[in-house]
Design a protein around this ligand. Structure first.
Ligand code: UT7
Length: 345
């Protein structure tokens, strides 16, 4: 690909930078452990831990009011508090989600109302597990354009409502959990702070490997229509696993090459949590020490768009993030989508 046709890479930074002023997460209160799943389907704690690294995950009680918009609003409210920024000072809200409460209004509009914003831009972005990564790339560009100063970005999903907790759906049932994570991004006058390089990719030919059908026409050619699958996550685990291992490594290399850095120059790899074996393969390939790649999948499972801001918030709360450090965000997911976003704090 020529430089002009690339779907990412580093560009000129101008005079505005982007700082991460505050972060937070919000999780549903109900835990769903591997032992709980053993009661619901033919699986075992040992199998799940060995194949995925997951011990427990959270499950939103939608009927009890734990909707995506509620989790997202709580995460954003706490992130603003941590940033000491008044909700009225936000001028844009972007929400990465593939599990909107209903087709319309967007989660962005509901969050804006719930946290007390007035007359701001608000919308949702759907790139499945890559959604939050796409969202921070866009937010950085919008702030650097000079048109927005303070942007709230959220990753929030309640995908467990699309899970079949029977033997029939056990492949996906063990993986997913619900949650929300948020960041407040703010303009600074130091252009070296913020995103320094990025890659955004999508290949719809792989859509058939991970999808949620609403009706018969949503089934790909090679899949037979089955009413039990409607509204439930359909995943070819092995195909997604191979795609993830390959693209994860490719996109790390692509980002390092674009930015002229080596893996040793990166202080933290903040990765989408889908399977600990996928993360291990990237660590081994690039010689990344454990302390530079936080794995928290054991506690939350795969929380789709929420996983990256949840990892980042844990690093922030543990005091592991310092000004001047370089952080590479990495994600892959349904679509198929994948990408990276390299930041200087
Ligand atoms: O955000 C992106 C979302 N998705 C992913 O990243 C998913 C990527 N894929 C994966 O993580 C893995 O493919 C899974 C964890 C989903 C499955 O692990 P696997 O090692 O690929 O297992 P498999 O599908 O090859 O199945 C191996 C065996 C089979 O039994 P046989 O044929 O060897 O007797 C399955 O029937 O394990 C069986 N199996 C299970 N056993 C207990 C499949 N699911 C389960 C289960 N519990 N839940």
């Amino acid at each position: 690909m020529t430089d002009q046709s690339r779907a990412g890479s580093s560009g000129s930074l101008g005079s505005i930078g982007v700082e991460i002023a505050g972060t937070a997460m919000h999780l549903p209160s109900t835990k769903l452990t591997n032992h709980d799943l053993e009661q619901m389907m033919d699986t075992s704690d040992e199998w799940i831990i060995k194949r995925t690294g997951i011990h427990t995950r959270r499950r939103a009680d939608i009927a009890g009011g734990e909707t995506t918009s509620v989790l997202a609003s709580e995460a954003m409210r706490k992130a603003l508090e941590n940033a000491k920024i008044d909700p009225k000072d936000l001028d844009l809200l972007l929400v990465a989600t593939m599990t909107c409460d209903s087709p319309t209004p967007s989660i962005g509009c509901i969050v804006a109302r719930e946290i007390g914003c007035r007359d701001i831009g608000a919308m949702d972005i759907n790139a499945a597990c890559s959604g939050f990564l796409y969202t921070i790339c866009m937010a950085d560009a919008m702030i650097r354009s000079g048109q927005y100063k303070t942007v709230g970005v959220i990753g929030a999903d309640t995908v467990t409502r699309h899970i079949d907790y029977s033997n029939f759906g056990r492949g996906a049932a063990i993986l997913f959990g619900d949650g929300a994570g948020a960041m407040v991004l703010r303009a600074t006058d130091d252009p070296s702070i913020g995103m320094i390089s990025h890659e955004m990719h999508a290949d719809g030919h792989g859509a058939k490997h991970l999808f949620i059908p609403s009706c018969e026409i949503d089934f790909p050619e090679e899949a037979e229509f089955d009413e039990r699958k409607l509204d439930k996550v359909q995943m070819n685990g092995q195909a997604v696993f191979k795609f993830a291992v390959t693209k994860f490594q490719e996109v790390i290399q692509e980002t390092l090459t674009d930015s002229g850095l080596t893996a040793d120059d990166i202080d933290h790899f903040v990765c989408h949590q889908a399977n600990s074996r996928i993360l291990d393969s990237a660590r081994e390939r690039f010689g990344i020490p454990e302390e530079k790649l936080l794995v928290n999948i054991q506690k939350y499972g795969n929380t789709v768009g929420a996983s990256i801001p949840i990892v980042f918030d844990e690093l922030m709360s543990e005091g592991k993030l310092k000004k001047g450090q370089k952080v590479m965000f990495l994600a892959f997911g349904a679509g198929l989508t994948w990408g990276s976003s390299l930041w200087q704090l």
